[in-house]
Write a protein that binds this ligand. Structure first.
Ligand code: HEC
Length: 366
């Protein structure tokens, strides 16, 4: 009897300990972040920490927000896991594969210095000196403020390493050399139309889908945001043109679309690449930033342009591979730690209940 009773008390005791730890972590979520293994601290064969570049001063939390504004770097999602890359992008230029940008040292970017990652994001420079093909939107990201790109890198450092070797690209044409027209700002504009312009042109890369291309593959800036075709999908005209653009939309309509994918009126919600960008991150932008984007879109020149579906699109109505990508993982350490809290609370409740039940059962049996 002594054993059974003390077992039930032991269960209750353990249950309460688990419950209390779960509640503690619920109250102080940052403790989970600290307790989580930090993927930066991957050791190499020699067992030493990789060198930290002096610019490793970004804030991963702020970087997570930049990541969301960028639509969650959706192209780098795929079957292999969060940011593990592998998705092919084909065009007349050949085929390129989204890189593995997890912290895996061998197949990802775990061994890159912060500056090497920043140069890949803003200049399209690979660590071996090769020029990345501008499918990667570095011409847009070249305008990204120092502060934002450093925070973004700090966030990328928190991505769990996933081993996934991505195939070599096959190019029919060389990637054109790239040098930005103006140096990026140190810090981003904080509010208003200027902030909206910055988000659209430096981070959210709306123009990469919504601006048509010249025959040579470069964006046609005379039709900035007047609609394009990407991966076989029509990205409509989002200039304030009344007939062919979104001139009839209110700023609130645009905010709603960015945060929910819902178009005004009874129109169906957006799908495809736009839905992926919203789900991947736009939905988490602040109302102020969504409002700034909407205000900016009202100021761009209205261009009359009805996007025509290309012939091959009408012929092959195949779904793009991107739609099969998994939803993004929680971006903050806080969210990633929540499974630990849930496990603790669950275990705690379970053990306490079992203990109480056994105690009652054995107590009455006695
Ligand atoms: C990766 C490509 C891509 C990016 C980046 C992108 N869009 Fe889109 N967008 C699309 C596609 C494709 C559609 C059409 C979706 C559909 O019809 O289901 C769309 C639809 C829209 C619509 C609805 C237009 C209409 O007439 O119904 C708006 C508004 C819009 N996008 C605004 C934006 C803004 C603003 C940004 C940047 C913050 C942006 N998009 C970034 C691809 C993109």
């Amino acid at each position: 009897m002594f054993n059974k009773v003390s077992l039930s008390y032991f269960l209750i005791f353990m249950g309460v300990i688990f419950l209390l730890s779960g509640l503690f972590l619920l109250a102080y979520p940052t403790a989970v972040q600290a307790a989580e293994p930090n993927p930066i601290h991957i050791t190499n064969e020699a067992g030493v920490l990789p060198p930290q570049s002096p610019s490793a001063q970004g804030d991963p939390g702020q970087g997570g927000y930049i990541f969301a504004l960028a639509g969650g770097c959706g192209c780098h999602m795929g079957q292999a896991g969060f940011l593990a890359g592998g998705m092919p992008f084909e065009g007349p230029f050949g085929v390129v594969y989204a890189a593995n940008i997890t912290q895996d040292p061998a197949t990802g970017i775990g061994n890159w210095s912060d500056q090497e990652i920043i140069d890949a994001i803003r200049l399209g420079h690979g660590p071996d000196g090769e020029q990345l093909f501008p499918v990667m939107p570095y011409p847009t990201f070249s305008h990204m403020a120092d502060e934002d790109v450093q925070n973004l890198v700090a966030f990328l450092r928190t991505a769990p390493p996933i081993e996934n070797a991505v195939p070599e690209r096959q190019l029919n044409v060389e990637a054109p050399p790239f040098s930005p027209m103006a140096p990026p700002p140190a810090a981003a504009p904080g509010s208003g139309v200027a902030r909206g312009e910055y988000i659209v042109t430096a981070i959210s890369h709306c123009g990469d889908c919504h601006t048509p291309f010249n025959p040579d593959g470069s964006p046609d800036f005379s039709k900035f945001l007047a609609g394009g075709v990407v991966e076989g999908q029509i990205a409509p005209n989002i200039t304030p043109h009344d007939g062919t653009g979104i001139g009839a939309w209110s700023e609130q309509d645009i905010v709603d679309l960015l945060k929910t994918g819902q178009r005004p009126g009874n129109e169906p919600p957006v799908g495809g690449l736009m839905a992926l960008s919203i789900e991947g991150g736009y939905k988490d932008m602040t109302d102020a930033d969504a409002g700034a984007i909407a205000a900016y879109l009202k100021t761009v020149p209205a261009v009359e342009n009805e996007v025509q579906p290309p012939e091959e699109m009408a012929a092959s109505a195949e779904t793009p591979a991107m739609e099969e990508t998994p939803a993004t993982l929680p971006v903050s350490g806080e969210a990633r730690g929540s499974w630990a809290i849930e496990t603790l609370l669950g275990l705690g409740l379970g053990l306490t209940a079992a203990g109480l039940w056994l105690r009652r059962k054995w107590h009455t049996a006695r």
